[in-house]
Ligand binder design. Structure first.
Ligand code: N01
Length: 535
């Protein structure tokens, strides 16, 4: 008899102990449900556990990028900086795990390999890579949207004699680059954050850039106690504003004007103020920056102009100047990023024309020449939104594989369930605002929706819930329409899977706004879980 048969099935098994999995467990406990969380890492934290690279910092302000579900928690926790560093965020998540006594139901070092639906017994069986099995009535994915690192399959990757790192799999003990010749591949959010730090330590840094990206200064600073106290005094209002907002952030002013209905002088002043304020809200200064190409060009041009001003060598400045529309790839937030290219020990290698041909024993060879290096840092991002889920062999009704169902792009109703996989819930799944929002706001909304749903099923004696295929198809259409009403699908971004070779080009998150999305989810419930099949 194997482990599975010896044990009573659990009510719920949750995959992942990041922000989503922890809160889900807390809610399930409150419902009196027997739940276990399976976590690949040896501790809690999810993305904040793995992304320990120097300079890792959140780009949503600390007072907003935190749980709102417990007032004592939000009042008592002290954030030291406007944008929290990775270590501070990890301390916070550990505090939450301890405060709510969550660890006793988390199995660490347990990477889920497969999840199979047993239709006859209405159960899910999950197997770990270590061979353990867990059986439950419901399975909830809290695997995160940016959790499977993408390592481009450069020829010769294993032949490199030096040390090779990925920002999303950073060694716990840290890395000392002192005196080394370092190469960083990638200039997205991770690259933009890690590059200034490595530049300060390394003897020499080569940055291999394929696409120059937009970044605005974070203007990070210590939080003033008076300011924090004033903010906390109105926490419930701020949180409610975030829930109703477009991207789950209360602090971004709601734009009221088109960029094209004001004078050039007025625009320049507004962009200048946005630049000085330091936040990704820069692309929300006017209503149409992400909707109209002409409006977008005005916002893009301002940042391009700033890059030209900051970077002293005009040829380097030109190579650092983005050529796409701002915001169509995720806007980066940095501290001294462009300034770093004024350092003597930093060289920008443009690999858009002479791409990386291979990694050699000695370093990186582009089609133009070889660069000798002691260490290589891949800041090459993630197989976003679907990668972690598709990496688990998930089999629904009739043995259908999720990876196969999503071969041409993910399909999920409200991003919460995918038809043919009954009793499997997805926190921040594809087709929900997820990565286009303050993800903690979106996680809380999904966790609460799922918990309410499970309570409803129990109360009404409903054992099985699935998404109706027709409702799912209509929602996928809605997601496409929402994206196409913006400029977002026009960038070669990871929102579209464009960063992973062979991944279908499908815009995955819902771009219609956090507040609007919440209304839809709530209305579906009011309508008796419209679009779901309950039996
Ligand atoms: O990954 P990315 P990331 N040859 O995909 C390059 C969140 N995040 O880890 O643009 C050469 O953005 C690639 O080039 P290109 C945030 O949501 C948040 O930086 O595809 N280069 C790009 O420059 C963010 O958006 C925070 O042409 C190659 C880079 O690698 C998301 O995570 C911090 C290449 C990858 O950039 C992902 O950010 C960090 C190749 N073969 C992350 N393959 C904050 O909160 C890829 N690249 C601040």
């Amino acid at each position: 008899m194997d482990e599975t048969q010896k044990r009573e099935p659990l009510d719920v098994v949750v995959i992942g102990a990041g922000f989503a999995g922890l809160y889900m467990l807390h809610k399930l406990r409150a419902l009196g449900m027997k739940a276990v969380v399976l976590e690949a890492a040896e501790n809690v934290g999810g993305t904040w556990y793995w992304n320990r690279y120097p300079g890792a910092r959140c780009d949503v302000e600390s007072l907003e990028y935190s749980y709102s579900f417990d007032d004592a928690l939000q009042q008592e926790w002290h954030w030291s900086e406007r944008y929290a560093t990775q270590p501070e965020l990890l301390r916070y998540i550990n505090h939450v795990a301890d405060r709510f006594d969550l660890r006793r139901d988390i199995r660490f070092n347990t990477r889920v390999a497969s999840a199979a639906r047993d239709e006859q017994n209405n159960l899910w069986t999950l197997s770990s890579e270590g061979g353990e099995t867990f059986t439950a009535r419901y399975c909830i994915s809290a695997v995160g949207c940016l959790s499977l690192p993408s390592l481009p399959a450069f020829k010769g990757r294993d032949s490199f004699a030096g040390r090779l790192y990925h920002t999303g799999l950073w060694p716990r003990e840290g890395v000392d680059f002192t005196g080394l010749r370092v190469g960083v591949i990638g200039t997205g959010s991770s690259g933009v954050q890690v590059i200034p730090h490595i530049a300060q330590q390394a003897k020499h840094l080569h940055v291999f850039q394929r696409t120059p990206h937009y970044s605005v200064p974070a203007k990070n600073r210590p939080l003033d106690p008076g300011e924090t106290a004033r903010y906390k005094a109105r926490y419930p209002e701020h949180r409610e504003a975030a829930r109703q907002s477009a991207i789950g952030i209360a602090g971004f002013p709601v734009p009221t004007q088109s960029a094209l209905e004001v004078s050039a002088e007025e625009r320049t002043e507004a962009y200048g103020m946005g630049w000085e304020r330091g936040s990704t809200g820069y692309t929300r200064i006017y209503t149409d920056i992400l909707k109209n190409e002409v409006a977008n060009a005005t916002a893009s041009d301002f940042v391009k102009m700033r890059i030209q001003q900051v970077v002293r060598d005009p040829a380097v400045a030109t190579r650092l100047t983005p050529r796409y529309m701002i915001g169509t790839k995720r806007l980066c937030l940095d501290t001294q990023y462009f300034e770093t290219y004024n350092r003597e020990n930093v060289v920008l290698v443009d690999v858009s024309e002479a791409p990386i041909d291979q990694i050699t024993e000695h370093g990186i060879r582009t089609t133009a020449r070889e660069y000798e290096l002691d260490a290589i840092v891949m800041a090459t991002g993630f197989d976003a939104i679907t990668g972690a889920l598709k990496g688990i062999d998930i089999r629904g009704s009739g043995g259908q594989s999720l990876a196969q169902k999503w071969e041409a792009g993910p399909r999920a109703y409200l991003g919460l369930m995918t038809s043919g996989f009954p009793n499997l819930f997805l926190i921040t799944g594809p087709g929900s605002p997820s990565v286009l929002s303050n993800v903690v706001t979106s996680i809380e909304q999904h966790v609460e929706w799922i918990a309410d749903c499970l309570a409803h099923l129990r109360q009404h004696g409903i054992a099985r819930m699935d998404a109706d295929l027709a409702a799912e198809d209509r929602w996928v259409q809605t997601v496409n329409e929402a994206a196409n009403a913006t400029l977002l699908p026009k960038g070669n971004s990871w929102y579209l899977g464009a960063n992973v070779e062979g991944k279908p080009r499908v815009f995955m998150p819902y771009a219609g706004g956090v507040g609007n999305y919440r209304v839809v989810c709530d209305q579906v419930v009011i309508d008796g879980y419209r679009g779901f099949l309950l039996s």
